[in-house]
Design a protein around this ligand. Structure first.
Ligand code: DGJ
Length: 729
């Protein structure tokens, strides 16, 4: 299907706006009282929608009445829900006015369309068209609310964000400012979330939505592994391949909330944004607050369709375009091989071992700077520890470059150690409550990135190291929660802004470092995948998915992460087995490599101790990866077998023209009488014939998808199988 520009159509008679592309429609209705309602979101429909006014029988509060039209504001699908105007369910916007009043009866006063523009201070999906609505309450002219809905050609998603402005003469306070509010029709819905913890990120949890409020999120100051900023509502009967799914992912890296409230009517109010538990935001006259963006996605092809919709949008309109589809560095990282215990000689020996294998980037992880030989010191002192490296960093970089590899370096720019020169010089730069010792986590504290002078110092230090040492790649790590939402430079009434100001400061710091070094490849990390979100993807084409590199555990982590984020963004390494930190099972080296080729691949162990035959096999593995890389980075992902449901993990990457495909199967544990002997492929063209070299035959797409392919796996634990398909006619 050819993608055409998205359009906005206004039916003036019915007062309905259609924001649409060739796949989806998002329709808004201005009701007779002037309320802006989201009338429809889903698969494309005609310009013939008829607004249905929910009946408000009996005791319902009817505060919206005009010309024979009357409604209970709780029942309608308002694009913004506010409190105290008769709506007794969760609001999406709460403003405290100077006199303590909180009711806002918003009506739509104008609309306009515009090319999509960047959000002030926040990452956002780019391109496409926006439809903007201006809302006001005639009784409270101090507040103006601008809703923005955007759509791109060919995508099954819209983006929603809200701007709240104080047009009055006195300060007002926001206590909630969500990014979207959408009503899902009554029905039997399941919630799907990605929960987890360190070393166990992105675990899928699906359960029926019952009446009342279902709310997920985090107050940890970072998007976190506890709850990824994503929530899907899928039809009870939906599968990977069929059924309706509505899903939201926030383009935001801080504390967040997403909720689904099944109301007595059966309708579901789906909304979310910045977590409001600790949040307040004071708006002085003339000031505005911009919410982060929510990506709202619709699929009628089940969870698989939802994932492909997110992947397509993020790859085409969010992830840095100069990196997203081009070949990735295949890195060797020293962390799991040495942790903090290394010197220049050891690093050179490691570089000698991996040179010539096809690994093209040597990454020096934590411990190269300050006086850092364990996690208790040095963060913030971004100066080379020449004593440890046995000379200047530039000498080591030169050594690695001479070996034909690029050089990568680890930073944790947002942190400070108690034992650091930075802390001794600036003790007040720590984010901390005034009456207590700051909360320590991994022996470190968090810098107050809300402060411009802190960001300027860190950007300068990091940029200096990059410029002076010809660094090609950076791993940007972040190893703890924020814990304390208190900044020593904010007045008491603004302390509730600290967490969000931190996130805004972080994006500014990333602009100054990542965007200021376009030739450096940046990978994100946060104790593994503890900050894997769409906000980070606007800066990092790939993110380290987990510190848990045990292949058995990685099946679930990578499978779960792919629910929202494309394989190209998921960084996966081959490590030792049984993995020293997290593994109890031995997985063959070749299988570990296959599983690590689910996304952007790399290696992480002590290569000087690796069995000779494993080391020798790396070049062949990388050759396979390079051959498949275009499919992995740019193809469509189909999930066939879920490691959450059994011992098998199976996915496919299919080229956009459906002429090439790769099947990757991994069986976690061998078990007796395995009933599963074949897998039905997805995403192929049933009319085409495909050659499969590994199976030694030619098969029709119809056969491959309906009968399937045999799963001829070896008998050991952690057996893997990779099959390639190429269309011949
Ligand atoms: C956490 C990361 O996830 C690891 O890969 C490693 O970089 C350590 N931090 C270093 O402290």
């Amino acid at each position: 299907m050819k993608n055409t520009e998205p359009t906005i159509f206004f039916d003036g008679k019915e007062k309905i706006f259609y924001l649409e592309n060739e796949k989806i429609t998002c329709a808004f209705w201005i009701d007779p009282c002037g309320t802006l309602q989201t009338l429809y979101f889903g698969e494309k429909v005609g310009h013939d929608l008829i607004p249905v006014v929910p009946k408000a029988p009996g005791q319902h509060a009817v505060t919206r009445k005009k010309d024979g039209y009357s409604c209970d504001p709780s029942l309608i699908s308002a694009a913004v829900h506010t409190s105290f105007g008769g709506d007794s369910f969760e609001p999406s916007l709460s403003v405290v006015l100077p006199d303590g009043a909180r009711r806002l009866d918003l009506i739509c006063v104008s609309h306009r369309e515009a090319p999509k523009s960047r959000l002030a201070g926040l990452p956002s999906v780019s391109g496409g068209k926006s439809l903007l609505f201006e809302l006001m309450d005639p009784a409270v002219p101090a507040i103006s609310v601008t809703l923005s809905f955007s759509i791109q050609a060919g995508q099954s998603a819209v983006e929603s964000s809200v701007l709240i402005r104080n047009c009055g003469k006195e300060p007002v306070t926001l206590t909630r400012a969500y990014s979207f509010s959408l009503q899902i029709p009554a029905g039997e819905w399941d919630t799907v979330v990605l929960h987890g913890q360190h070393a166990q990120e992105c675990q899928i949890d699906r359960r029926p939505l019952s009446f009342g409020l279902f709310s997920v999120g985090t107050r940890r100051g970072i998007s976190s592994s506890s709850m990824n900023p994503f929530l899907a509502l899928c039809e009870n009967a939906a599968t990977e391949t069929s059924g309706r799914v509505y899903a939201a992912a926030l383009v935001y890296s801080g504390s967040h909330v997403l909720s689904a409230e099944k109301m007595p009517s059966g309708n579901v109010r789906f909304q979310g944004g910045v977590q409001d538990g600790e949040f307040t935001w004071k708006l002085d006259p003339g000031e505005a607050f911009q919410t982060p963006e929510a990506v709202l996605c619709f699929s009628s092809d089940g969870l698989g369709g939802m994932s492909r919709a997110f992947h397509d949008l993020f790859r085409a309109h969010l992830i840095p375009q100069r990196r997203v589809s081009s070949p990735r560095p295949v890195v060797f990282n020293n962390w799991e091989g040495t942790h903090f215990t290394f010197n220049g000689e050891k690093l050179r020996a490691m570089a000698d071992s991996v040179a010539g294998t096809g690994i093209d980037t040597f990454v020096l992880d934590d411990g190269w700077f300050g006086k850092r030989n364990d996690s208790t010191s040095g963060l913030g002192d971004w100066f080379t520890n020449e004593e440890k490296l046995g000379g200047p960093l530039s000498d080591l970089v030169e050594y690695v470059h001479q070996k034909g590899m690029k050089f990568g370096l680890w930073f944790e720019p947002e942190m400070i150690s108690r034992d650091s020169d930075l802390f001794r010089a600036h003790p007040d730069w720590v984010l901390r409550e005034p009456h207590h010792e700051p909360v320590e986590s991994r022996n470190q504290w968090v810098l107050d990135l809300g402060r411009a002078e802190v960001r300027a110092c860190i950007a300068d230090r990091v940029n200096r190291i990059l410029a002076e040492n010809r660094i090609d790649y950076v791993k940007w790590d972040m190893n703890r929660d924020l814990a304390e939402g208190y900044s020593s430079v904010l007045p008491p009434e603004r302390q509730g802004e600290t967490f969000h100001r931190y996130v805004l400061g972080l994006y500014d710091l990333l602009d100054r470092v990542v965007n200021a070094n376009p030739d450096v490849f940046f990978e994100g990390c946060s104790s593994g995948g503890c900050r894997f979100d769409a906000g980070m993807l606007a800066y990092f084409p790939q993110i380290w998915a987990s510190d848990n590199t045990d292949a058995y555990s990685r099946t679930r982590i990578q499978y779960g992460t792919s629910l929202v984020y494309p394989p190209s963004s998921i960084s996966c390494h081959v490590s030792s087995s049984p993995n020293a930190s997290y593994g109890s099972h031995f997985v063959p080296f070749a299988s570990r490599a296959s599983l690590a080729q689910f996304g952007a691949t790399g290696y992480e162990f002590d290569p000087t101790k690796l069995p000779e035959q494993d080391l020798a096999s790396i070049s062949g593995q990388i050759e396979t990866y390079r051959g498949d890389e275009d499919l992995i980075l740019n193809g469509d992902l189909y999930r066939l077998l879920s490691p959450f449901e059994g011992e098998f993990f199976a996915v496919m990457n299919v080229s956009r023209d459906r002429r090439r495909a790769r099947l990757l199967v991994f069986r976690r544990l061998r078990y007796a009488n395995v009933p599963l002997t074949r897998a039905s492929l997805q995403g192929l063209d049933p009319e085409l014939d495909y050659d499969c070299a590994e199976l030694g035959g030619r098969f029709s797409g119809a056969t491959l998808m309906r009968f399937g392919v045999p799963l001829r796996l070896s008998g050991e634990d952690g057996a893997a199988l990779v099959l390639h398909f190429r269309a011949v006619n």
